[in-house]
Design a binder for this molecule. Sequence first.
Ligand SMILES: Nc1ncnc2c1ncn2[C@@H]1O[C@H](COP(=O)(O)OP(=O)(O)O)[C@@H](O)[C@H]1O
Ligand SMILES: [Mg+2]
Length: 576
Amino acid sequence: MSAERSLADYQEEVTEKVIEKEEKKTHHKATPKHKAEELAKKQRDIGVGEFFARNRHLLGFDNKRKALMTTIKEAVDNALDACEEANVLPEINVEIVDMGNDRFRVTIEDNGPGIVKKQIPKIFAKLLYGSKFHSLKQSRGQQGIGISAAVMYGQLTTGRPARIVSKIGKGRPAHYYELKINTAKNAPEILKDQEKEWSKDHGTKIIIDLEASYQKGSQSIDAYLKETAIANPHVTIVYVNPKAEQHIFPRATKELPKETQEIKPHPYGIELGILIKMLKATPAKTLQQFFTSEFSRVTAKVVKEICENAKIEPKRKPKLLNREDSEKLIRAISETKIMSPPTDCISPIGETELEKGLRKEVNAEFYAATTRPPAVYRGNPFQIEVALAYGGNQPGDKTISLMRYANKVPLLFQQGGCGFTKAVIQTAWRNYGLNQSQKSIPVGPMTLVLHIASVWVPFTSESKEALAQYPEILKEIKLAIQEVGRKLARYTSKKKRVKDEFQKRSYIEKYIPHLASAIKDLIGISGEEEAKLETELKNLLEQERGKISKMVFDAKANTDFDEKLAKKFDDDEVDE
Ligand SMILES: Nc1ncnc2c1ncn2[C@@H]1O[C@H](COP(=O)(O)OP(=O)(O)O)[C@@H](O)[C@H]1O
Ligand SMILES: [Mg+2]
């Protein structure tokens, strides 16, 4: 053993002893009471801002590429919601400028109703602030955390404030703000507040600098805009990408989608805690008033039945009911037959529009689309739509491609964990002529579009990327898939029959010349007559077996197909 070695050993021994001693000391200190007091010093509120700054992945900011996509998505979704609420045909400009060093400047401008001055700072620089969370209405946003999260991400990665211009009408001033979020307080910090000239009559423009990376491909901002244009035919988007290339997605219709109504919650979806909260907060004087005014589909007769089932007087004051009473009410609700919630609150894309959108994007041989009647989960109305495009130039040896939408917003991430995918996997696709190994996405030349429209889309996380797996929703998706699947099966089996028939005929046709020639030899007819006989035999074959035409793909048959749109952005594919 060398001298150096033993010195090192010695030092290690000493260090270990010191550690042991320290540990003994802390062990000695750490009585439960002591520890609790120590912990108490550390226990305090966690600010929403701090929470999401650290958990930015929950909001869709987990990497640079996604950050760019999420920022634009939040702003565009808001623009579309605002335009539809104001009955304005949306015209949206999206511009991304590459400023080098992974820094990008994004500008999104809309012609919506604008935002009143005093609301601007809170909307853009306070998390969980919005107009949609408290109302049951079909909209793209719902949590009130979209755009402010983008502002926060930009600020965290570049240190720069967001810049906003908004104007609510002709002759009114446009307001210009520079804003940051105070993440500890979750409150806006106003760096600049000015009036500004703006040629637009009304609308909102937001500029955010952020750290990001730009890529084309299936999960890119380009794909998101393209798919948005497909599901929202009334929208015009002018897009300038970081390479300074301009793409215009012109609107295909001037008709705005059906205006949706806000609804009240349906009693079937109410949980105990919510009911208790509502009973405490209501201005209603009686239970009767409470039920009829705060819920949908509750008539005086229904209240009477609920109260009878719960053995509680309808005249009782809601505020005075205790937890047990509330529990009785919940049980009574489930025992009472109540009409399903109204469904005029949902605005689906529609079978025709959905198929048309798909025709633009995919040049196939066969299309089918279906819009299911509205259904209900947890008291929330929803409606499922499914469309498919089969064959054509789509590869037959790969899994089918899925296009998922929620309230007309394309879902580009987390396909694996999505309710839509689960329903696709649980469908027996072999029945419809596709290959499928157990519990997987089928293989075949097909694109499948899936859409849920609802007053409250249940997402698996705040970043709104995947659909939660409620049994009622999965069931409706499967039924919709089965409807289009059956149409596909009719097509694929007809195609197979035609193919088999052609094969059979080709065998028979092969013998016709031999037959004619044998007859010629037997009864001695002329060569001319032999040729005539051959034609007659061929005619007879067609007469007997019926006239059929070949079912081959005609690339020119689909006049809706927009090659430029379909090809647009399809280069440099990348995986999630
Ligand atoms: N471009 C816009 N035009 C008009 N109002 C907007 C716009 N962007 C956002 N808002 C308003 O700001 C609120 C907050 O937006 P956001 O943080 O994205 O949450 P959410 O969309 O989930 O409500 C919206 O509910 C809407 O009332
Ligand atoms: Mg939003």
